[in-house]
Design a protein around this ligand. Sequence first.
Ligand code: ASP
Length: 583
Amino acid sequence: MNVKNTWRDLYAGEVRPEQVGERITLSAWVARRRDHGGLIFIDLRDHTGIVQLVVNPERAPDAAAIAHDVRSEFVVRAQGEVVRRAPDAVNPNIATGEVELQVDRLEIVARSDPLPFQLDDEGVEEPLRLRYRYLDLRREHMQRNLRLSATVIAAIRRSMEQQGFIDLWTPSMTLGTPEGARDFLVPVRLQPGTFFALAQSPQLFKQLFMVGGLDRYYQIATAWRDEDLRADRQFEFRQLDLELAFPTREDVLDVLEQVVVASFEALGRIPPSRPFPRMSYADAMLRYGSDKPDVRFGLEIQDATEVTRGSEFGVFANAETVRFLAAPAVFSRAQLQRLEEFAKEWGAKGLAYVVVDESDEVRSPIAKFLSVRELLAFGVEPGSTALFVADTTPMVERVLGALRLHLGEELGLIDQSRDAVLWVLDFPLFLLDEETGRWTFVHHPFTGPLDGHEGLIETDPAAALSQAYDLVWNGWELGSGSIRIHRQEIQERVFKAMGISDDEARAKFGWFLEALRMGAPPHGGFALGIERFIALLAGESNIREVIAFPKTASGSDPLTGAPAPTTKERLDELGISLKPAKG
Ligand code: ASP
């Protein structure tokens, strides 16, 4: 007998006609047991598939006695001979369907309580799946996703090593890095009243590697960000974090393109062709109303600001910006009303429309105010509807960007079979924070200005562009990076433009600014969101499907019950007293 280990010669799904006549041992889970015609049939399952065991009480009375006791999800060890199935019992739908194991010894290795849900039930609610995640993990779907994840991570590491990067570790407990989210705080028993922040990214440490002469760094780093959760966001997630010294922007993009291509190839898929398409931020906002455009479909936003300047329709004439989408559909009044509600949810004051039906008839409450010149300029084809938003530029972008995606889904315009990867480049250096009215950063405040834009930091911050870039796939931001500021003088000017005082900058980042004064080479890098990347590769629309133990959408873990209150003793040790809960 060809014994590979005590428990298993083969995985369940590997048994093939070539093994006919061999005696083998299999250990796996019982998918189901049924008694038929005096025989006992047991389907044995592991991640490779299912094989059928047959126990004949006449041939193997001891095994049969045990088989009667076996229930779903018991772990059993079976020994016997691989035999061909009778022709009418062959199952062409499974790889092991031509054979079965005629059992002569059977052992129960582990018993199972009745399960809270059946593993072949596709409709189990997510909280229950997460409460019993270890059962959920036994299912084919999660097995596939987590194994795919491991394959991709191995490919990423191989690619990075081949490209000469070295894997270095940075602390999780630190002083705090501004990545635009809140920090998770860790109270410190030895110094009550003080806190570490869990790193939102290794950003400043990886920059220090460059100052320290470790000129090609990478890490599959965990990052923690206290923000509202969404389909593509968790409190903790991993990123392929990297930094290199003396790079051009193209060098960084090239590293990432190699990683993406290697990951596709590791999965046996045709990779996107290189170089990936590039689009400027300005173009993305103008044509798609988003800095992460889904370019799997057209329906581009069109600008009508110029042509409506002298319009008799005051809403158009007076708005900072007028833009529209020409949807290939003749919408009914009720549909238009729903679209207007959608636009209002995104902040629009209203949604003007011009419907041009199949016979070129115009239906629109605003048509009487519009000149022929305007109507012609909109170029609305018969059988379509132009939907207008007139407002401030950011509002127009936001509403039409959201409406475009909504219509793309509703009208079935998105080609789901396509993979559209692209780079978005030339982000602005500053964004206006609508709440505070102050300039703030787009990604983080260490992003370098585009060459020649340094002078705009003080004179025209709105026009200053940065050396930041994002990788976008099918409308998801996969990651971002930049060429950094490596001169302290520029870093100080950027802080100043954002209203960060010298004292504040020194208190938060003094340790880092000091390093920029001690021979910091030019450097730049990137962070690629691992879970988002893997979810897209796995065809999942939610990153929880590729994370073994994720938090729910409301930020808790049904499996362990975390987060949970702590004891009074712990709080006392930490010098923390809690306010009474609001309620
Ligand atoms: N630190 C950035 C992030 O985590 C990435 C980068 O700029 O390298 O998004």
